[in-house]
Design a binder for this molecule. Sequence first.
Ligand code: G1P
Length: 279
Amino acid sequence: MIKKCLFPAAGYGTRFLPATKAMPKEMLPVVNKPLIQYGVEEALDAGLTEISIVTGRGKRALEDHFDISYELENQIKGTDKEKYLVGIRKLLDECSFSYTRQTEMKGLGHAILTGRPLIGDEPFAVVLADDLCVNLEGDGVLTQMVKLYKQYRCTIVAIQEVDPQETQKYGVIAGDLIGDDLYRVRNMVEKPKPEDAPSNLAIIGRYILTPDIFKLIEETEPGKGGEIQITDALMKQAQDGCVIAYKFKGTRFDCGGAEGYIEATNFCFEHFYKTGKAY
Ligand code: G1P
């Protein structure tokens, strides 16, 4: 089954400058945990234990985070501060981490293609760590998607309804309803103007992709913004009926911008930190 989860994490995080000048945006803390750790925890919850991260220049802190800090361990051993490291130790014990570098920023499609040597020829999940997803009611978003993959064996993208004026921020789909909150995708457009959008169903940063996507990305010409867009490659899969869009259960915070980041911070403080579930 699916074991691998790819994290494209080479982007500059310009919307958070100057904080992201010397620090990867994926390391921005939401209360006490870096953004990417929430994503890795969601992956592990879904049974995805092989974590692959596409990094870039200036991103070494990511590798250090998912490693043991002997000095720190030694310092707090036997004290009540040990509890702060329980969560991250669990990730180190139960997951493997591998890295590759994207040397040029040519779009999300290109970032995913850069991860190909780490993934090989098997289905895999993709998490955009900027999108922090939580579901207090039950399964995490990736767990929901892995269950669907077992049933449908094709590419799955997570979607949510957005304000029709906001379509320019997202890949937007149109499809036929085939079940509860499930659409077989007919059309998808990267960041359309509201008047050109096929719907208000926007793709968020959770995907399960079948490995034929790599060849389709290779064949994809630069699209919106001159970048190689995953949405364009997915559209080719969709033409064969092989892409399902899923309106997930839970909440997604767009931590790529200040507003969503603050909302996520307040939410995590309230529901995880204050309740002692933050480690
Ligand atoms: C990327 C994708 C877009 C998707 C979005 C989700 O855009 O290109 O299709 O809707 O992630 O967060 P980005 O936010 O990287 O510009």
